[in-house]
Each structure stands twice: as structure tokens, then as C-alpha cells.
Ligand binder design. Sequence first.
Ligand SMILES: NC(=O)c1ccc[n+]([C@@H]2O[C@H](COP(=O)([O-])OP(=O)(O)OC[C@H]3O[C@@H](n4cnc5c(N)ncnc54)[C@H](OP(=O)(O)O)[C@@H]3O)[C@@H](O)[C@H]2O)c1
Length: 455
Amino acid sequence: MMCGKTCLDSMAGSGRGARVTCWILPEIRALAIEQWGQRIRVSHEGWLRLHCWGVSWSKFLVWNQEEHCLNSACGVALLGSTGSIGTNCLDVIRQLGGRLRVTGLAAWQSRERLLAQVSEFQPGWAVLGNRQVVLPEAGLGVQSGSVSWYAGFEVLDELIRRPETGTVVCAMVGAAGLPAAWAAVDSGKRVALANKESLVVAGSLLMQRAGETGALVIPVDSEHSAIFQCLQSGRRSEVRRVVLTASGGPFRGWSREQMRAVTPEMALRHPTWSMGPKITIDSATMMNKALEIIEARWLFGLTREQLAVCVHPQSLVHSLVEYEDGSVIAQISPPDMRLPIQYALTYPDRISGPTKRTDWSTAQTLQLLPPDFEAFPALRLGFEVAEKGGTCGAVLNAANEVAVERFLQGKLDFLSITQLVEDILFSHNYDPGPTLPQLAAVDSWAREEARRWKS
Ligand SMILES: NC(=O)c1ccc[n+]([C@@H]2O[C@H](COP(=O)([O-])OP(=O)(O)OC[C@H]3O[C@@H](n4cnc5c(N)ncnc54)[C@H](OP(=O)(O)O)[C@@H]3O)[C@@H](O)[C@H]2O)c1
């Protein structure tokens, strides 16, 4: 892909007459123009974006990959570096040994953790979003060694556009990650997107903007990474259905009556994945799967009828794509987020990394079970919101974020999380085509309602 050679973004058409979009290093710009002349348009700084018309893409790839392999580390800006995805991402970069280079790190308030990461990875810049956290280094643009420190996330928009960054990893949690995800997409760079909430809230606008800027959005969520991989087995027009797998969380098989007494401690014990607290609670209510249904709807441009969920307790099959001829393609690997993170960073290359491999010498059982919509009504909400779009995603997400917070504080019981979300969703003033500011207003309204909500 990008390091050591170019990175192919997309190909439209086939053979002669195809259009190729790829990233190249500035150093080979002149060579590319010499080779392909007027049929090339270059549109980016740093890593350059080439659009080539009327060339044979197979020839173009051979030219890029065999004749002009350059050794250059690829710059990664990691937003949300101190979280579960962030630390896994740094582990991938550490283990790939110099193939990727950290250009910037951003966290909300985990000061000590960010300091340690900066000391190890020596990025060009580091940002703490929460201005209340006292960090002597984090004045505006304060230089400390080779690192520039900043306080407040407003500066991210400018920092991620710097030419040394080729990939932006969006790993902040919640709708708070939307401005950063928007800036990343707006910059037209490769975006490794873990922050599913930004797609749930503003998926239609984000993907439309990606189309305009040429940003390549690659999912980090394991299910969406699996779908992204399975989609490479056929044409989009041949896809009948996308099936997202769900572990079922810690309460798989429980009745609603049994779930009445669930405490935060019980809900935070996920059987197969180790993740941040918010997504762990979302997995227990299966609201996480609802968010993922909506995420998939926007990311892959699917209809309600093309989306399905099945429960797979072993978390080995990360999702499946069913094609028109009846073939079902699955992506299988041990449950380890470092694999989808690595793939988002190295796509389309597959290289040996830190992830554990499937052990084919021991017997494995793979169960694929229908979901229980009655015990987990959040699933139904996910399909309804995926179908309606508009302001629904922003309301569902905001209400859920507040509900999870109230549950973790012991102020809301477990079953009320989904009930609260449903009540606020159905009482809101639906708008089918909101702008970003309108989505922000709806988000604030839903949060206020969720804080006031009583069962
Ligand atoms: N964990 C997983 O395995 C997994 C899998 C698939 C998708 N995802 C998605 O990836 C995203 C991150 O999840 P996570 O589990 O890594 O979360 P996490 O462990 O809670 O980490 C969240 C990160 O976001 C930062 N953050 C916290 N509050 C913020 C705010 N108000 N504004 C901006 N940044 C803030 C945190 O900084 P501080 O540490 O400084 O607070 C931290 O770096 C979520 O959208 C989640 O749904 C996660």
C-alpha cells in the first residue's frame, strides 16, 4: 500500500479506459507525469493524489509497485490515542517496526498516558482536548523537544492537514469525536474510522463529503472491517445482504426478567472483547449492534433489506456478505482489534503483524444463531433508524450516551437504557435532511431530554 510504494484508493471500470486513484509520494510526481502525461491530475499536498484516466490500471499498478518503490515511513495521526483502540493502534505501529510513523497524538484528559506515548513515539504534535487538565507542556503550540503541545481540539483541523500525515485514525469515543472525524474526511486523507458514533450521527453527510474530497474511509470496527474485506469478493451490484455478527454480550440467552437486576459491574464483564466502558455497556444492551447497523448502512450505502444480524458467541466470524448466487463470504480471525486496525493502516497490503492466528489444530465450534429481538429491543431500533436516517441517528446516539452515563453512575437501571432511547427517539421532531448544525442542535436537545427522563 502506502509505505514503500503507492497506495491504490480506487479503480473504476476495467482495463483500458479505467480511472485509477492512488496516493504517491511527492518524490515520484515528476516521474508519474513524465510517464502518464496529460492523463494525470495531481491533487494533494505531501502524499499526492493522482487521478488517471484512459490508462490500463494493471499497467499503472505494475509501474508503481515494481519500478517506483520508495522507502518512506507513512505518517499516522492518532486521535483518541489513550483509549482501548488508541493503545492497540500504537501496539500495531510498534510491532510493524518503522513501517508506519506517528505524526500526531490526541487525547481528552489522560495526561500521564499521553506523556508516556509522546515520549515513546516522538510525534510532531500532541493535543490534550480538555483545557481543565493542567499540563505544563500543553500551552498553544509550545515546543518541547521535537514535539509541539496544544490544548483544545480546535487545532486538530489544521494539524491533521499537515503533509506528513497520510492517515488519520479516528478513535475518540462518542459523538464528541464527530468534529475530528469530519476534519479528517474533509482533509481528503485516508481515514481509519473507529468512532462509529460519528457515522451514526452524520453518516449521510460524512460519506457525501468523503466522495467530494476523495477521502478513503476504512472501517476499524471489526464487523465493518470484515464486511469491507468480504466486499472485495464480488461487485456491489451482486451483494444481496450483509450479515453483522454479534457476540450477544454477557446476557445472551437471558430473559428481560433476568436482566432487571443487572448492575454496571455485571454489564462491564464482556465475554470475548476487552474494550472501553461505553462500548462494553452498549454490547450488553446490544445497542452497539444497533449503532453498527446504522454505521454499515452509511459506510457501504446499504438499504434496510440488505442488513441482517446474527448472534455468534465465539466472536471468530466477524461478519458475512451474501451474494446473489447464494455464496456467503465470511472473515474469520481470533477476537483481537489489532487486526482490523492494522488492515485499515496497511490496506490493500496484508502483512504479518502482532495478531494471534487461528489455531487449526484444535476443534472449533462456530454457532450462528438468530437474534432475540424481544430481549434486546435496541436491535429493532437500529434497523428503524437505519431506514429512516435524517435526525434519527443523532437522537438515538445522544440519548444512548446519556443513558449509559446514568447507568454507570447507578442512576438508571439496565432495562431503562433502551426504553429511554426509544421514548426520546419517538418523541423527537424528525427532519429527513438535517445539516451539521441542525444535527448538533438535535444532539443537545436529546441529551437534555435524556437527563430529565424518568421511567
Ligand atoms: N474498544 C474497541 O474494541 C472498539 C471496537 C470497535 C469500535 N470501537 C469504537 O472506537 C471508539 C473508541 O472506543 P474505545 O473503546 O477505544 O474507547 P475508550 O477506551 O473509552 O477511549 C476513548 C478515547 O477517546 C478519548 N475521549 C474521551 N472523552 C472524549 C471527549 N469528550 N472528546 C474527545 N475524546 C474523548 C479518550 O481520551 P482520555 O483517555 O484522555 O479520556 C480516549 O483516548 C468508540 O467510538 C468505539 O465505539 C471500539
